[in-house]
Design a protein around this ligand. Sequence first.
Ligand SMILES: Nc1ncnc2c1ncn2[C@@H]1O[C@H](COP(=O)(O)OP(=O)(O)OP(=O)(O)O)[C@@H](O)[C@H]1O
Ligand SMILES: [Mg+2]
Length: 244
Amino acid sequence: MNQAIDTYCESLKLSTIQSEWRTLTEEASKNNIPYHALLERILEIENQARIERSRQTLLKLSRLPFRKTLDTFDFDRVKGVSRRDIEEYMSLSFIEQNQNLVFLGPPGVGKTHLAVSIALEAIRKGLKTYFMTAQELVTSLQTADSQGKLDKKMRGLAKPSLLLIDEMGYLNLSNNGGHYLFQVTSRRYENSSIILTSNKTFSQWGEVLGDGIIATAILDRLLHHSRVFSIDGPSYRMNEKGTN
Ligand SMILES: Nc1ncnc2c1ncn2[C@@H]1O[C@H](COP(=O)(O)OP(=O)(O)OP(=O)(O)O)[C@@H](O)[C@H]1O
Ligand SMILES: [Mg+2]
């Protein structure tokens, strides 16, 4: 019965309606639900399913290292950032305004956790987000360059509404790293947002990149429209080991 509905659903790719319409129409006739309310409900479930699918795709493409939110973040452990500060960023207006966010601080104080929390909110709101460590970013651009595909890679890195560059400073990027990092910050400057985390102070970036001039040029662009949180506190990782 009603094979035509399934056929239309298939050709229009309305998979949720296809699986739900029988139950919904039966319930509607049992409960005397008006036609327009039934139609609304049918369209609503398909719409919700699509939003959920696109979130799942964005989440997968984002390459986030873990999924943690503010609910599990203990602000009492850290100095230099408050729940209120981060909640302000959860509105994501900084992305609309193409501003950047920088988390500085020693290991284990929650820099990546906070960056990921904001990224998850961006994904929930349907924004394309991409996570990379500074090392991965540099290596992928180096590889693309050696294959004559630097332009394409750069275009790809310009696309996400939010780019997370994690762990700037742990590994030495002096082998041309500054050159590639400069291109990314320059490309995204005033066009899209970056959240960056680093264990190094800005004055140490010259050392990390092996080039003080390029470090200054990168920082100039990154920090022009930005907020910097210098976080301090004991490492949470040590706490979990029970040594803190
Ligand atoms: N204040 C906190 N409340 C709850 N969990 C925390 C807090 N700080 C850190 N963590 C947890 O501890 C672990 C390490 O945190 P995170 O990776 O964010 O540290 P980080 O500052 O990025 O360190 P690193 O510089 O070594 O990368 C994660 O599992 C994170 O969820
Ligand atoms: Mg980290």
